[in-house]
Design a protein around this ligand. Structure first.
Ligand code: NDP
Ligand code: X2W
Length: 411
């Protein structure tokens, strides 16, 4: 009970009520008489829970009690998994995290990641659908092919947030062409909601199967959405040039990403054949209400985290830089995690390091009538685990920024 009280308080500390209760409480605890102090503290705390629950019930609309979540993470030993743990550790509505593994059952998280010793003491469980269903939300931070299987077995009784690409493409045949593996059942693909939160919030709110976007598509689509939706560009003429740090490839070693291959090097890969191409095209054509075929070229750079997507978009008519700036201001002025740079300045990946921000710089070259959009994210946060938690917050009616209010790690 006490823990819940303080979790509640942490959530509402910055509200008027929360501040008032804190003053009351702190005043009370300075009372001389210890006995009175304890009684006073609990009385105030109980008032707080009652008030907090009333507020939460209003927020939830369905009159449930204040939710303290039991979370399951499958694939917890991967980079997405450990990032989920880092971010959920301080989430005010998360009470318990259970970690699941297909190969490390019985081991502790600290055996995989010593840096969480004394912070995360959960032991890794074997992946068991019945047990998974006893949690309020299940994050699948697993390779392609796993959630296509597992989601159908658990989605009846819990909410699934899938970080893999299995449920993003509505067309199974397109998935099979680009991923080279069997697609999930069409019924799952129909039900899954694509969780580009800023552009799909309403659908995210009411789904029980959330398909979290890929890292490149997140940076690209947030960068292109305002111009595409305003009909200012034809996505078929857009060139997308994206660079990623090596954690985008996951924790397991590969001949492409190990140190000797990446150090002092800069690589292009999967030219005209990256699996994110159809995902980007799917969303752009939804916005354009017309087919979209883009050129998307990914690159690997010797850095741990970060994605920079630079998009070159011919404008359909003579738009000034001011027109475009206004378009982006209108689109993102009230979005907590999308920040726009002032004219003439452009974001770099360090400026979003470890956070759920997507920072965007944009300019129009009136000489060529072409817009250049620069969009940066941390591939493991806004590109994966952070956006997954942002979607969880929307799905459960929590403050959308809960657990994600972090200042970038700089330098
Ligand atoms: N890294 C990134 O920047 C991004 C990654 N993604 C996607 O998120 C997912 C996780 O990525 P990431 O954490 O980087 O990958 P990792 O390779 O680091 O981790 C994946 C984890 O999945 C588990 N796993 C492997 N095989 C199976 C299996 N057959 N059944 C169940 N679990 C299995 C492993 O844990 P164990 O052996 O303990 O089961 C492994 O630690 C992937 O689909 C990835 O494409 C999406 C956006 C960005
Ligand atoms: C650097 C690097 O290898 N990045 C990965 C993208 C990770 C990702 O987002 O994968 P999913 O779409 O499967 O979730 C890649 O290019 O495949």
């Amino acid at each position: 009970m006490q823990i819940n009280v303080y979790k509640c308080m942490r959530t509402y500390r910055n509200t008027k009520l929360g501040g008032f209760v804190h003053i009351l409480l702190n005043k009370g605890v300075n009372r001389k008489n210890k006995g009175k102090q304890k009684k006073y503290k609990n009385t105030v705390a109980l008032i707080y829970i009652h008030t907090y629950n009333k507020h939460q019930q209003k927020m939830y609309k369905d009159k449930t009690r204040c939710k303290f979540m039991k979370i399951a993470i499958v694939g917890a030993t991967g980079y997405g998994g450990i990032e989920l743990i880092r971010l959920l550790h301080n989430h005010p509505n998360v009470e318990k995290i259970t970690v699941f593994s297909s190969s490390q059952e019985g081991k502790t998280m600290a055996e995989s990641y010593p840096h969480v010793q004394d912070i995360v003491d959960e032991t890794l469980e074997d992946i068991n659908p019945e047990y998974l269903q006893q949690h309020d939300a299940v994050f699948l931070s697993t390779p392609p092919g796993v959630s296509a299987e597992l989601t159908g077995q658990i989605a009846e009784k819990t909410k699934v947030i899938d970080l893999s690409g299995d449920l993003r493409l509505k067309s199974g045949s397109i998935y099979e062409k680009w991923y080279g593996r069997k697609a999930a059942d069409a019924s799952l693909l129909d039900k899954a909601v694509y969780g580009l939160t800023e552009w799909n919030r309403e659908a995210v709110e009411s789904t029980t199967i959330l398909s979290n976007p890929g890292c490149y598509p997140t940076a690209v689509l947030l960068g292109l959405a305002p111009l595409t939706q305003a009909g200012a560009i034809d996505a078929n003429n857009v060139i997308i040039d994206a660079k990623s740090g090596t954690t985008g490839a996951g924790r397991s070693l590969s001949a492409i990403t190990h140190f000797s291959e990446m150090n002092d090097n800069f690589k292009v890969y999967k030219v005209n054949e990256h699996k994110h191409t159809p995902e980007i095209e799917q969303e752009l054509s939804r916005w354009m209400q017309a087919d979209a075929a883009v050129t998307f070229t990914p690159h690997l750079v010797p850095m741990t985290r970060g994605i920079m997507a630079t998009m070159y978009a011919p404008l359909e008519k003579n738009w000034t830089e001011n027109d475009v700036k206004k378009l982006y201001q209108n689109a993102y002025h009230d979005q907590a995690f999308v920040r726009l740079r002032n004219s003439g300045t452009y974001p770099c990946t360090k400026e979003v390091y470890g956070t759920n921000y997507c920072d965007i710089g944009i300019t129009v070259d009136e000489r060529t009538n072409r817009a250049t959009i620069v969009s940066v994210i941390d591939n493991l946060v806004k590109g994966a685990s952070g956006q997954a938690i942002q979607n969880m917050n929307v799905m459960f009616g929590f403050d959308e920024t809960a657990g994600l209010n972090i200042v970038p790690v700089y330098p």
